[in-house]
Design a protein around this ligand. Structure first.
Ligand code: AHG
Ligand code: MN
Ligand code: MN
Length: 337
């Protein structure tokens, strides 16, 4: 490994993304997002000493109890990304409505949708956490963006990525030209390129799903998960179960080592749990850019036409061959039932 790996800014200078707002504007936005990650990494490291654990007592627009760290992470994203005109609109899991950023000149050509803290059930037990972001274009920059401008298909994302707060803090992102992973060196204060050109194996040996929900699943989903536990040496089964409660951490494992993550629809909740615009879409863009696959079981995630900001969607994501297997099981039931 190079002794002085590239920082995010150096990497983007050498590999400039298509930029809508003049040279460097997407780089400025990604730098600002990087600052959010550094700030959160610092907060998370000592949250237990600063009375930052536990719940606020509020319920968010999803009907979920809000952790103090959900709120802190959301405020950090909003404060940092409102500055310097780097983004024209911000939408978050923790905010019912988007924030539109007043800007003195022309509004920024970028809008950011984010899950400020992913895996909130892990906050109080020192387990991995993440943040997820999706960057889309504000196409008509002469007008301020409105709610509907944020409802864009996953294929329209300009960039997407996540932070993983584990033993190291990592920033993994794509601007549509492959997937690059950076590790934060807290002493230098920079993310440095540690995982260039990530490619997901076409098949893995790991599955990640909350099996406590087994009885709620349609038969095809049950049969698929059952199949992973059958002994078949040639096919690499049984698979190992690995589920952290943090989508980012589970998908990061698959990105590097292969396998499949599922948060499937349930008989009484066919839309599943995860949110399309700031969880499924950005993770799907990253995984597809690494050569993997993401679907609802019947439809490619990135092709879904969004209807509302906090829309939920079933998510099956990971190695292409594994996701295809799951789709075959799910679709077989869909036809029979
Ligand atoms: P969030 O903390 O942003 O609400 O997301 C939690 C998500 C995801 O990270 C995780 O894989 C899944 O929900 C866990 O849900 P269960 O506890 O139902 O398994
Ligand atoms: Mn989440
Ligand atoms: Mn969250």
């Amino acid at each position: 490994m190079a002794h002085h790996p590239l920082t995010v800014e150096q990497f983007l200078m050498a590999n400039p993304p298509a930029s809508l707002g003049g040279a460097g504007s997407l780089t400025n936005l990604l730098s600002a997002i990087g600052l959010v990650g550094k700030t959160l990494a610092r907060d998370l490291r000592i949250a237990g000493l600063l009375n930052m654990l536990g719940v606020t007592g509020d319920t968010n627009v999803q009907g979920e109890s809000v952790k103090k760290l959900d709120q802190i992470a959301n405020e950090t994203f909003v404060e940092v990304l409102q500055r310097d005109g780097v983004a024209g609109a911000l939408a978050s899991e923790e905010m019912e409505k988007p924030v539109f950023v007043a800007s003195p000149g022309r509004p920024s050509p970028y809008m950011v949708l984010f899950d400020p803290l992913d895996g909130s059930s892990n906050t109080d037990v020192n387990m991995p956490l993440g943040s997820i972001f999706s960057i889309v274009a504000h196409k008509n920059v002469d007008q301020l963006p409105g709610d509907n401008d944020l409802l864009q298909k996953g294929t329209d994302q300009l960039a997407a990525g996540y932070f993983l707060f584990g033993p190291s803090t990592m920033l993994v992102f794509t601007t549509g030209k492959g997937v690059y992973g950076f590790t934060l060196d807290p002493n230098v204060g920079e993310y440095q390129l540690s995982h260039p050109g990530i490619k997901i194996p076409s098949r893995g040996k790991v599955y990640a799903v909350n099996e406590g929900n087994y009885q709620k699943w349609p038969d095809g989903t049950k049969r698929y998960i059952d199949s992973l536990k059958q002994s078949d040496h040639a096919a690499g089964r049984p698979y190992s179960g690995r589920y952290s409660g943090c989508l980012v951490a589970d998908v990061h494992r698959l990105l590097l080592g292969g396998g499949i993550y599922l948060y499937p629809g349930e008989v009484n909740k066919p839309e599943g749990k995860l949110r399309l615009l700031y969880e499924a879409n950005p993770m799907a863009m990253v995984v597809e850019q690494a050569g993997g696959r993401a679907s609802t079981g019947t439809v490619r995630i990135l092709d879904i036409e969004p209807k509302k900001l906090h829309q939920r969607v079933p998510l099956i994501i990971g190695s292409t061959d594994d996701v295809r297997d799951a789709e075959r099981y799910l679709q077989a039931t869909a036809v029979c039932s």
